[in-house]
Design a protein around this ligand. Structure first.
Ligand SMILES: *[C@@H]1O[C@H](CO)[C@@H](O)[C@H](O)[C@H]1NC(C)=O
Ligand SMILES: *[C@@H]1O[C@H](CO)[C@@H](O)[C@H](O)[C@H]1NC(C)=O
Ligand SMILES: *[C@@H]1O[C@H](CO)[C@@H](O)[C@H](O)[C@H]1NC(C)=O
Ligand SMILES: *[C@@H]1O[C@H](CO)[C@@H](O)[C@H](O)[C@H]1NC(C)=O
Ligand SMILES: *[C@@H]1O[C@H](CO)[C@@H](O)[C@H](O)[C@H]1NC(C)=O
Ligand SMILES: *[C@@H]1O[C@H](CO)[C@@H](O)[C@H](O)[C@H]1NC(C)=O
Length: 725
């Protein structure tokens, strides 16, 4: 984007915003299409393009002309980052303040020209377009031979360098005090001609070094005069005075200084007046209360307020050169009424000052009431208002004895106590004792006598009440129904003086019928009989049966707590032990089974079962037995012998031995010229020989037998079977 284009944009904007500020009409860019989005917008971020406000989604936004972005949806209330209000050698004016479309106008001081934009606009993206311009020295003007104005004149000083009438811009001139004069401290004695021919400097004051300074005639003042007094050596003095009725504001004496000027400032004269008169407590003066300025010698008279008396002079006079009040010197003192007096049966609020306008109050002691006014006031005339009040005792209303009763005590004054007593058979309702109180009322409630009534003695379940009166002395009888048991302290009750019955009603507790126990009997009761509540019965079961529940069976108000059943008994002992064996069982209840096993080398005898069952408390059936598990006699082997191996050696084993125990070991041996084919021995394991097969004794020279004994095919078949498993 070119600067010229930017400037155009800015100017267009300035026109827009100008009208906007003036509030005449809202202009939204140019309807003829001048406000268009430019093709090359550089870094500028543009909002959504639009033709009308309706094109903008947010209600905060409006369709406005946003410079190079053309008509876009922008927030018309947005703010741009503030730009500095000043630039070196220049200034900035912004309107309206930093708002969208606000215009910043840059201006340079005289002798400087603006480099850059003279106008910048606050854009829709909250930035100012372009860069800040700067003010550069106007070389063109500086170069030009503009004539300087005439250099300034300084009192008692002259220019030393050159006396030309025309000076060029940039010329420097030197000043010097005239003979007999000297520059004051800090003076600058040179001057420069700068832009537009203006002189800067000098700042030079030349004062006389030798002679006594001579000042001009001091200025006159209104309502006064000034007189110059010459004093030897030091210099002149001017003295100011004011006319009669006026006073001086400022310093009276002025000195003529070395620079031949009067020091300080000119004083003035003002009319002498007094301000508001002094305030005296409880006093008033005779001036108009709305007057605040009084001419000199005005006299005022003060008077004390009603109730106060005066001490001192009541006069005040406006006097003095500056208008001060003299006096008054009075004090207004309150009148003292003296002690106001005390009362009987009462007291006065404490207090020791009895001056006007004190008020004292009186109160009566408890039980007394005040007659007359409860307070007195110290009046302006030094006397107490009214008269002393009096305290009289308080009275309560007279009470009367109640019907069917009497009243003990009398009196109606505060603190009196009255008691009420009722006749026999009656009781006091309300307060039996009442006291006369400070508020003229009796404490408590009204008392009366009420006949004592015990009411109904109470309900009886499974029974009834026999009686009809409820007043003092009346009697009721308690009755229980059939099949119930009386359970209580007394069969009758009487209404007492205190309104209570002498005995509470009893309980009539239901009886229970002795039950039948299936497969059992009841030891100490007969079936079908009615038993009182609390009765305990003990049933017994037939042989082999037991009660399923061990809690005592008790009759409780018509119901047995439980009726047990006879159930088969469990076995009291574990199943019997067996020799050379052991048992496995999981319980001893009726029907539980125990299984028996024998130890190695023994087996259960075939006569008994391997189980025992718990039946009605006993292990049913014959106890299993473990008997030794003998091996069968293996018999002889042809052309060989069988030996039994023992701890001491081996001996020939005969074919008639039958008690061959578990663990017996045999050894096979062949006769001479025979060779053993097969196992060399065997052991008796749980009634069987291991290995099972017996060997053969074959002629040792005959090789065929060897092959016959273990045919190849059979071995192969066996191993095949093995593999298939
Ligand atoms: C001139 O000099 C006086 C005293 O040194 C000083 O107070 C005053 O500011 C100076 N004025 C200018 C315009 O420099
Ligand atoms: C002028 O100077 C004298 C002496 O220094 C001093 O007493 C007097 O108050 C000064 N006057 C004013 C108006 O400052
Ligand atoms: C006894 O049983 C009767 C009803 O049969 C019942 O009303 C009464 O309250 C029971 N008494 C007690 C003490 O449980
Ligand atoms: C209990 O008695 C009933 C009937 O009297 C009878 O059938 C049953 O076998 C008995 N039970 C036992 C365990 O004796
Ligand atoms: C029946 O026997 C039990 C137990 O011995 C005993 O507690 C109970 O009081 C007896 N009951 C009667 C009615 O004798
Ligand atoms: C025993 O049998 C009675 C009657 O069937 C039953 O009410 C009770 O709960 C049983 N008791 C136990 C401990 O099972």
């Amino acid at each position: 984007m070119l600067w010229s284009e930017f400037l155009t944009c800015g100017l267009v904007f300035s026109a827009v915003s100008f009208q906007h500020v003036q509030g005449r009409r809202r202009i939204r860019g140019y309807e003829n299409g001048e406000c268009m989005r430019h093709d090359n917008i550089g870094d500028r971020k543009c909002a959504k393009k639009c033709d009308h406000d309706a094109d903008c989604k947010s209600k905060k936004k409006a369709c406005e002309c946003d410079g190079v972005c053309g008509r876009s949806c922008v927030n018309p209330n947005l703010r741009c980052m503030p730009v500095p209000r000043q630039i070196p050698h220049g200034s900035v004016a912004i309107l309206p303040y930093n708002k969208f479309a606000a215009v910043a106008r840059y201006k340079c001081q005289d002798g400087y020209i603006l480099v850059g934009l003279s106008v910048r606009v606050c854009q829709g993206d909250e930035t100012w377009n372009g860069d800040e311009p700067r003010c550069a020295l106007d070389n063109y003007q500086a170069d030009k031979n503009v004539a300087c104005r005439s250099p300034p004149n300084i009192n008692h000083a002259h220019i030393v360098s050159g006396v030309e009438h025309h000076h060029e811009m940039g010329t420097k001139l030197m000043y010097k005090c005239d003979l007999g004069y000297t520059p004051t401290k800090g003076s600058i004695d040179s001057a420069w001609c700068v832009t537009n021919g203006i002189w800067v400097g000098p700042n030079l004051t030349c004062v006389s070094t030798t002679a006594v300074p001579k000042c001009p005639t001091p200025p006159q003042i209104a309502y006064g005069s000034v007189e110059v007094l010459s004093t030897s050596g030091v210099g002149e003095e001017a003295e100011y005075r004011c006319n009669q009725g006026f006073y001086l504001i400022g310093v009276k004496i002025r000195h003529c200084l070395k620079n031949e000027m009067w020091n300080g400032t000119t004083p003035s004269c003002d009319k002498v007046v007094c301000g508001p008169p002094p305030h005296v407590e409880h006093a008033e003066h005779d001036a108009d209360p709305d007057t605040f300025r009084f001419p000199t010698s005005t006299t005022l008279n003060y008077a004390c307020e009603f109730g106060y008396y005066r001490e001192g002079s009541p006069r005040a006079i406006c006097t003095g050169p500056e208008g001060n009040w003299a006096g008054p010197s009075l004090i207004c003192k309150a009148r003292d009424c003296g002690a106001p007096g005390e009362i009987n049966n009462g007291f006065r609020d404490p207090g020791y000052r009895f001056t006007y306008p004190t008020r004292v109050t009186y109160h009566c002691s408890n039980g007394y009431e005040l007659q007359g006014r409860g307070y007195r006031e110290c009046l302006a005339n030094g006397e107490w208002s009214g008269e002393l009040p009096e305290c009289f005792p308080i009275h309560c209303m007279e009470l009367r004895p109640p019907l069917h009763g009497t009243m003990i005590g009398s009196g109606t004054t505060f603190g009196s106590v009255i008691r009420f007593v009722c006749n026999d058979g009656f009781k006091v309702v309300g307060s039996a004792e009442r006291t006369c109180q400070a508020d003229r009322t009796w404490s408590g409630q009204n008392a009366y006598c009420e006949e004592i009534n015990c009411g109904i003695p109470g309900p009886i379940w499974n029974g009834y009440l026999d009686g009809h009166r409820n007043t003092v002395g009346a009697v009721y009888f308690f009755r229980c129904n059939i099949r119930t048991k009386f359970h209580g302290e007394s069969f009758s009750t009487q209404c007492l003086e205190n309104g209570q019955w002498s005995y509470p009603p009893p309980q009539c507790l239901g009886q229970c019928q002795v039950p039948a126990i299936m497969n059992g009997t009841i030891d100490n009761a007969t079936e079908g009989v009615w038993a009182n509540t609390g009765t305990v019965i003990s049933p017994r079961c037939l042989n082999g049966l037991v009660l399923n529940d061990s809690v005592p069976i008790t009759c409780n108000n018509g119901t047995w707590n439980i009726i047990p059943r006879c159930v088969p008994a469990p076995c009291s002992d574990p199943p019997p032990l067996v020799e050379y064996g052991h048992r496995v069982f999981f319980g001893v209840r009726h029907g539980d089974r125990a299984r028996y096993f024998c130890i190695e080398g023994f087996k259960l005898s075939t006569r008994e079962s391997m189980y025992l069952t718990c039946q009605y408390g006993r292990w049913d059936g014959p106890t299993p037995q473990c008997e030794e598990n003998y091996c069968p006699n293996p018999g002889d082997i042809d052309n060989g012998k069988v030996f039994k191996k023992g701890s001491v050696g081996k001996f020939l084993f005969r074919d008639f031995i039958y008690t061959i125990k578990h663990g017996t070991r045999l050894e096979y041996e062949c006769d001479r010229n025979y060779k053993l084919v097969g196992p060399r021995g065997a052991a008796c394991v749980n009634g069987n020989w291991s290995p099972k097969d017996k060997p053969l004794c074959v002629k040792s020279r005959h090789p065929l037998f060897h092959k016959l004994w273990k045919p190849y095919e059979e071995q192969k078949a066996m191993s095949y079977r093995y593999r298939r498993r």
